[in-house]
Ligand binder design. Sequence first.
Ligand SMILES: Cc1cc2nc3c(=O)[nH]c(=O)nc-3n(C[C@H](O)[C@H](O)[C@H](O)COP(=O)(O)O)c2cc1C
Length: 192
Amino acid sequence: MQLSRRTMLTSMAAMATIPRWSFAAEPRRTLLAYYSYTGNTRSVAERLRADIGAQLLEIRMEEPYSADIRQAAERSKRELETGELPMLLGDPYDISDYDLILVGGPVWWNTVAAPVMSFLERTDFRGRNVGLFATYALTPSHYESNFAAQAHNASFLPALMVNEFDIANGRSGDAVASWAMRTRSKGGPKTL
Ligand SMILES: Cc1cc2nc3c(=O)[nH]c(=O)nc-3n(C[C@H](O)[C@H](O)[C@H](O)COP(=O)(O)O)c2cc1C
């Protein structure tokens, strides 16, 4: 009978004399940052967190948007047009402990929602793998390219775009689960 690689490595480790220096495999860590105004992106983020086992970070603003969606829409449009992006709570974020950063948000005005833009502007992604996911009503439009331009020093994994009607009708689960599986292999805990 052939021993599995894991069994072989486990017995080799047990037989080995204890070295002077031992190098424990550091688990790779994943941060899942998201912004959500009406809850769609939050539901995707929570599903991903359950599947991937990431640390969850909700992107929150110093001055949240009005609950009146028309006022929120006007303000966010102005922020995106002028580039005067909202200040965030907890900023600046230290992502140095994480190898893989997942960033989610809604499509607003054909692009990345202003709080997510703000998060990207203030975070240094150099040397990090970034997986972006977004929710939208009609079309993701320029979300992905504008995201990549803002977080220009990151390495990107394939993106996940989820239609809000699929979320409402319970049809997004498979796409989210399969993205989680592919993404986990890039950043989940190292296994032998
Ligand atoms: C201010 C605003 C602008 C939006 N602009 C777009 C858009 O340009 N294209 C689109 O497909 N959906 C657009 N939407 C719909 C959202 O992308 C969609 O409802 C998303 O799932 C909301 O995510 P959330 O519930 O996490 O906030 C917009 C919604 C808001 C509130």
